[in-house]
Design a protein around this ligand. Structure first.
Ligand code: SAH
Length: 344
């Protein structure tokens, strides 16, 4: 077995059943394997005792079951934990566990690096090395589970907001979501999963038709002029194209609002004119707006506005009747906050 072997975590239950059938293994064996991998959190084939010894040996010969390993774990003063993970070839990615009152959210990566080069994002400075496989995406959840004690509780929510642009790796992301939401897999309700995009517009409908997962869109500006600089993919898919697509997609509705992320960058997008334009821009799109104070990272020329400026911005957006929250930044002391994930 080499690191080029297929990985059992690359397959949703349907795909694994098909694959097993083709290999002459009864399809129901796939259900047993899934239960071990994701419900009992066992990935050592030797321990899968309801499979015959011969089948265990045959699978171990052909398949990997682990795809990423924890290289380093850092804990922030606020409880946020950043996991530096390595792929089999030694590429580094990051995942972040964010404990909250009644839940633990895990933020996972979809690419090694990112090609979109957003001006204020640390990952954007790396360029793209490659897409992650389904197994590498799913295994981030398995490794995070392994870092939690009983008193920590379980991973209850997953956000695709780590390194990379999920919609540029959509096939692997869809297969990973199938594993996460399968009652015989990780059994997470789709509503506990959020996928964020910087605006790869043509792939948005395909993503949100897979089921009632949440869509987050990185907006960050109220004019094309500013968004062209902050989120360069805007030059290809400008604001009006992005917003029109969301406006007419039947999978965006009151029950499934879009979460617009708006990182506040001092002197760039934090004026009251921006706050007044924002509601007009998204009119007709059921949505919530998450304001995020800019997180610093080495090489970034941006910083967050003063607290009173952010409070006034939030209040103004709220006065227009929008649902808006100003997030606290978490994990900044260990460079685990939004836009700080990069190979150190
Ligand atoms: N590529 C996807 C997934 C990453 S989500 C996307 O862009 O949506 C990460 C979020 O953090 C995005 O909204 C991103 O714009 C935001 N972000 C990036 N750099 C940041 C920074 N320095 N401070 C605060 N938020 C940042």
């Amino acid at each position: 077995m080499s690191s080029n072997s297929p990985n059992l975590k690359d397959y949703s239950l349907a795909s694994l059943r098909d694959r097993f059938s083709e290999e002459g293994i009864p399809a129901y064996r796939a259900n047993q394997v899934m239960a071990w991998l994701y419900q009992r959190d066992v990935d050592d084939l030797d321990l899968m005792t309801d499979l015959s010894v011969e089948l265990r040996a045959a699978l171990a010969e052909r398949y990997e079951t682990r795809a990423v390993e924890v290289a380093q774990a850092d804990q922030s003063s606020d409880g946020t934990r950043k996991l530096a993970l390595t792929t089999h070839e030694g590429h580094r990615i990051e995942a972040v566990i964010i404990p909250e009152a009644r839940r633990n959210t895990l933020c996972i990566s979809t690419q090694v690096g990112c090609p979109l080069a957003c001006d204020f994002c640390a990952t954007g400075t790396m360029g793209l090395t490659r897409n992650l496989t389904t197994a590498e995406i799913v295994d981030q959840v398995c490794r995070a589970k392994g870092c939690l004690d009983e008193e920590d509780g379980v991973i209850s929510n997953v956000v695709f907001m780590g390194m990379g642009e999920p919609l540029l790796n959509l096939a692997a992301v869809k297969e990973a979501i199938a594993i996460m939401t399968d009652p015989r897999g990780m059994a997470l309700a789709p509503r506990r999963i959020t996928v964020s995009t910087a605006g790869v517009v043509p792939r948005i409908p395909e993503l949100i038709e897979i089921g009632p997962i949440n869509l987050a869109v990185s907006l960050h500006a109220t004019t094309n002029e500013v968004r062209d600089v902050l989120v360069p993919i805007n030059r290809k898919f400008p604001l009006e194209v992005l917003l029109e697509t969301l406006r007419k997609d039947p999978n965006v509705n009151k029950k499934r609002p879009v979460f617009f992320e708006y990182t506040l960058l001092e002197g760039m997008n934090d004026s009251l004119e921006d706050a007044d334009r924002l509601p007009d821009l998204v009119r007709g799109i059921p949505c919530k707006i998450n304001l995020i104070p800019a997180n610093p990272h080495p090489g970034s020329r941006y910083r967050a506005p003063e607290q009173d400026v952010m409070d006034r911005f939030a209040a103004r957006v709220h006065e227009h009747g929008m649902r808006v929250t100003l997030r606290r930044s978490r994990g900044a002391d260990i460079a685990a906050a939004c836009g700080q994930l990069a190979n150190a």
